[in-house]
Structures are given as C-alpha cells and as structure tokens.
Design a binder for this molecule. Structure first.
Ligand SMILES: [Zn+2]
Length: 211
C-alpha cells in the first residue's frame, strides 16, 4: 500500500466512527460554520490546532504558515483574517507559536536558505533585531531560541492590531480579543505569553482615525 493510501482508508474509518457516535454529525457541520476562534499557527506537523486544544471540526478557523507570521503583505493571511473577523465574527484570535520552532531557528543562523525562504525568514530576523539587546544576553542557544519564539508571537499579535480589519472590529463591535500562546513540544502544554483585549490603545503611528 502507498503511504498516502493509508490516509484515505483512515479517513473512511474516521467518518464511519463519527456517524456511529452521532448520525447527524456531518449534516449539522455541512450546514453551518460558526467558529469562535481564529487560529494562526505554525505549519509544523506536530502542532495541529484541533488536536492540541481538544476541539472538533467547526470550532476553530485555521491559518498556518512557517513560524506563525502575520505579514502585512501576505494576501493569504489577510484574506483569512478579513473573512474570520468581518464575516465569521470570531471573538478570539490566537497566534500560537511553539518552542523548538524550525522556522525561528532557521532565521537565527546565517545560512542562505535561497529564495523564497530567505524572504520569509527575514520577517523573523526583523523581530530578532527589535529585541537584539535582550536576546544577546542568552548564553544557552535553546533558551535564546525559545525566547525569540515568545517575542515573535508577541510581535505577530501586535501586527494584527495594526490592521484596519482589527481596528474596525474593535471600534464597532468590541471584539476580537487577541492572544499570543506558545505550545511546548516536550510536554504538550500551551503557555499564554501575551494578550491584547479588544480596544487596546496602540502606537498612534499605526492607528486609523477615519475607519
Ligand atoms: Zn514552527
């Protein structure tokens, strides 16, 4: 059997189990999606949003990319954000990084990862530069990487708050709250590291006054 064929077989097993437990399961899900959460996570295969939060299909709207970045020119991320905030009306957005993130590690060395990875990793290098003073006090490389993971999550949450999409929702509907979390690969535990409640005052340089 080819490896991918196993996925299709397991899919049938899963679907059958779901229907056995709840005959209306798919009918209900097919009609409506009203997730309360938007998840912006890392593409890393070890950090599946639903599994680590013990949630079901329909509960979390998900966007994933390398190192859970919020890049202001990323049409994919911005489309997901706009749809989740403006139409699904999510109440919470979670940016979830993870310790030991390969994307973060890659951005901390000087290896030429070639285009297009160099372009993407440069966004993480910018976060490093903003926090260089603190990061360069670390002598343990793993601890330094983990700290950059936390600082990166924090930075990406603030990037969300700089968008007109978020600012308009904050002004008109007092939602969503923004959360920065870090998942531990070694213990499976999520650590909240940063939060911006709806309506948080941000740097006036990035505030729109005519939304
Ligand atoms: Zn990662």
């Amino acid at each position: 059997m080819k490896t991918y064929e196993r996925l299709l077989i397991e899919n049938k097993v899963w679907a059958r189990e779901k229907i056995q437990a709840d005959p209306e399961y798919f009918n209900r899900l097919a009609q409506l999606q009203t997730p309360e959460f938007l998840w912006i996570g890392c593409s890393d295969s070890r950090v599946p949003a639903n599994e680590i939060t013990n949630t079901q299909p329909g509960e979390i709207f998900v966007h994933r990319n390398i190192a859970n970045m919020v890049v202001h020119t990323d049409v994919n991320l911005l489309s997901v954000l706009d749809y989740a905030v403006t139409y699904l009306k999510v109440k919470h957005i979670i940016v979830c990084g993870h310790y030991g993130c390969g994307g973060i590690k890659a951005a901390m060395n000087n290896h030429d990862h070639k285009q297009v990875l160099n372009m993407w990793l440069r966004n993480i290098k910018d976060v490093y530069r903003l926090h260089r003073e603190e990061l360069e006090t670390f002598t343990n490389e793993e601890a330094k990487t983990d700290r950059l993971v936390e600082l990166n999550v924090r930075e990406q949450v603030t990037h969300l708050a700089k968008t007109s999409i978020i600012q308009r929702a904050w002004q008109n509907e007092q939602r969503p709250d923004l959360h920065g979390w870090v998942y531990g690969l070694k213990d499976g535990i999520i650590k909240p590291v940063f939060e911006m409640k709806a309506g948080t005052v941000i740097d006036p340089l990035y505030t729109y006054d005519d939304l």
